[in-house]
Write a protein that binds this ligand. Sequence first.
Ligand code: ADP
Length: 173
Amino acid sequence: MILQLVKADITEICVDAIVNAANTSLLGGGGVDGAIHRKGGKAILDDCIAIRNKQGGCKVGQAVITTAGNLPAKYVIHTVGPVWNGDKEEKNNLLKACYQNSLELAVQNNIKTIAFPGISTGIYRFPKDRAAEIAIKSVRDFYKISEIDKVIFVCFDEESYEIYTGLLERELL
Ligand code: ADP
């Protein structure tokens, strides 16, 4: 498995699946969620509504999959990150679950390349350094990681990019 780090807009990444930091309603929101729905078009929302009608949205830590509509990716995996409020242990575990359940869904759908944004690090206020550590560790620990060819961490801002760079460099020492 190749681990890659880029500073980019995730809606422009050409992979089998991009991950969306969604909310429990699956109806779209701000941040990366808004960008994905805006650029991906109505087909994504239609799939989300169908999932909502079947199972009533998506719980925190869980993931669902839809088309990627007009985006270059084939699929969008929507996962709902925890809102940070200082209740650390529980929130850490929920964020880890987001990464692992997204990867599980990827394996089930024969997805080989997947791109993650910094789930929960925007509107949900998770500390960026803690979230990046959890992201990298969750991917490394995923029990079926050999079935995925490439995982890309997509940073939208310079601060996140530097945090990931520091953590990945430390792994190499
Ligand atoms: P959450 O509600 O889970 O915190 P946000 O969308 O507010 O989700 O933020 C999650 C992360 O996604 C933040 O680090 C934010 O900077 C980043 N982000 C926002 N827009 C994009 C985008 N178009 N591509 C990649 N990352 C993005």
